[in-house]
Design a binder for this molecule. Sequence first.
Ligand SMILES: *[C@@H]1O[C@H](CO)[C@@H](O)[C@H](O)[C@H]1NC(C)=O
Ligand SMILES: *[C@@H]1O[C@H](CO)[C@@H](O)[C@H](O)[C@H]1NC(C)=O
Ligand SMILES: *[C@@H]1O[C@H](CO)[C@@H](O)[C@H](O)[C@H]1NC(C)=O
Ligand SMILES: *[C@@H]1O[C@H](CO)[C@@H](O)[C@H](O)[C@H]1NC(C)=O
Ligand SMILES: *[C@@H]1O[C@H](CO)[C@@H](O)[C@H](O)[C@H]1NC(C)=O
Ligand SMILES: *[C@@H]1O[C@H](CO)[C@@H](O)[C@H](O)[C@H]1NC(C)=O
Length: 554
Amino acid sequence: MKVKWTMLGMVVFFLLSVVMTCCFIWQYRMPKLKTEVAVKKAAVEDMCPKFPEPVPLKHPITSLRAALEKIDVLLRSSVDNTRLPAISAIVVLNDSVLWNGNFGKRNMSDPSSSAPNEYTVYRIASLSKIFPTLMLYKLWENGLVDSLDDPLEKYADNFTIKNPLGKSGGPTARTLSRRSPALTLRRMASQLSGLPRRLRSTNLLWSGDTKAALNLLQDDVLVADPGTKCHYSNVAFSLLANILAQKVTGSDFESWVSDNILQRLSMEDTGFNLTTAIQKQMAVGVYSNGQPAPLYNLGWYRPAGQMYSTAADMAKLMMALLGGYGWTLLRQDTLNTMLTPVIRCHSSYFANSTGTPWEINQKFGYDVVRKDGDLDGYAATLALVPRLKLGLVILMAGVRPADQDLASQAYSYLIPAVENAFRDAKRTLRPPLNPAPYVGFFTYRNMTFYEIKVDSDGVLVMQQFGPQVDTNVPSKYRTIRLDYLQDRVFRVVFESPYPCKLKVNSASVSLEAQDRQLFNFFPFNKKGVSPGFDSPGLNTYRVTRIAGRPYFTS
Ligand SMILES: *[C@@H]1O[C@H](CO)[C@@H](O)[C@H](O)[C@H]1NC(C)=O
Ligand SMILES: *[C@@H]1O[C@H](CO)[C@@H](O)[C@H](O)[C@H]1NC(C)=O
Ligand SMILES: *[C@@H]1O[C@H](CO)[C@@H](O)[C@H](O)[C@H]1NC(C)=O
Ligand SMILES: *[C@@H]1O[C@H](CO)[C@@H](O)[C@H](O)[C@H]1NC(C)=O
Ligand SMILES: *[C@@H]1O[C@H](CO)[C@@H](O)[C@H](O)[C@H]1NC(C)=O
Ligand SMILES: *[C@@H]1O[C@H](CO)[C@@H](O)[C@H](O)[C@H]1NC(C)=O
């Protein structure tokens, strides 16, 4: 085949044909000076993939170990004999524990006290709020709760509260009606219910029941119209837990959690009741003056903050939330919903976004999904980076350091290390059963030309050729590999790391947009070969087979 080549410029992969056209017009019209400035800027290369996919890693990885050592030093130096005598922390990656560190002493007033370990019990305070939320999602997944957006009234007949800020009810709005902005289950689990932090004139030890709570709420007011404003509420979690347990499961909240979550995940040292046996396993929590704090039992607020746990058990919970534990708890789709931010909060709130039941901030572009708990004598943080399948728990007996955020500091070491480990991991790609139908020469509208070959492992390799290929572009980036997914379907894999944007003369092409796209080959013809393929994600159709390598004239 002879191809008359009259196209201006270079065409790298499919996308560039579009990009190039724009660039030429642009370049033509811009004064020369500005073009040069733009080129200089583009010279700073970002490497991609920006968010590498989690892949199984081969340990040891030096940079990862270095990051974990920094976390070790950080936590070790945070122990304080008076205010923070014991810390246990654990880092998980998908389905395995990466690191576990225990610092200080379990009982500072006992000179012979041992160091804590991963089975040392700490109160987890507000991390308890994860459990009513898991209950909500489990009941929803099982179809026992119709919708996460069901209003609370559907499950609590006697629930009323004044909503003076609600627009739809007008000035006479006394109670929430079906038409006013709903106080939904999801909003209760994400600090968006508008419910007050506590019931009127109660503290966390209040021992009333849910009926008494509903009575108190009847003449209380919502602090914000539901769904409009992040406002931290312990009431919301206790109501959610108790009402769902009574109305939907017919049992009590603590038994339900015990049977359906703790036992299922083998969280043997996690629970609500601080029995003498549990107290023997505990690190002694202290106030900032070093005095041991009493082990208060919360009353009606137990679902919002009563629980205790260990680093080992929290690791199991994190693996379940990251989907690395075989989806024993919730399906992946449900987990995705649970770990996604619900709304951005106003600037005076203590987190940028809330989720169910999380506070969410970004670090290096990743969502860090987190819950903190602080209660007399104890502090705890659980923080996940779902996109990297990474989890960290820090359990503290004592007072959380005020001058630095330990979890955030730990992640500033860990996220780059894990990200680079994924980026540098050698990917093994799957070969098709029989490569013959895919091998050969292809063209997209006689503009770009490709040869598909087989490498020594039987994996398909696609290389661009023809006059449009700029020899300044390293051949590494002109060659892509195709990962076999299913019959006639492959996924483009660039060798990582690669520049996000590739500069070709004065144009730039986004390799990032092309990485991981799908190729869907056409059904095989009478000769047993595929006559071409589409790449719907690149909006590119009919890349067709040609008989042989064309030669080009200009
Ligand atoms: C995560 O763990 C699951 C379950 O053990 C496993 O199937 C999956 O391959 C792991 N993923 C990574 C990226 O290691
Ligand atoms: C801690 O040690 C002190 C001094 O030995 C002892 O009196 C106290 O009972 C211990 N506390 C716990 C919870 O074991
Ligand atoms: C709801 O309120 C009515 C009347 O005040 C009362 O008779 C009933 O017991 C209450 N129901 C519940 C579940 O609290
Ligand atoms: C925990 O203690 C409460 C009373 O405070 C009791 O009703 C409940 O049965 C106990 N739960 C377990 C699992 O022992
Ligand atoms: C919220 O986001 C901004 C910008 O992304 C960041 O500077 C700030 O620290 C975040 N707030 C918190 C509480 O992390
Ligand atoms: C490509 O070029 C060949 C040879 O010049 C011609 O036969 C063919 O129709 C062209 N195909 C397309 C899609 O333009």
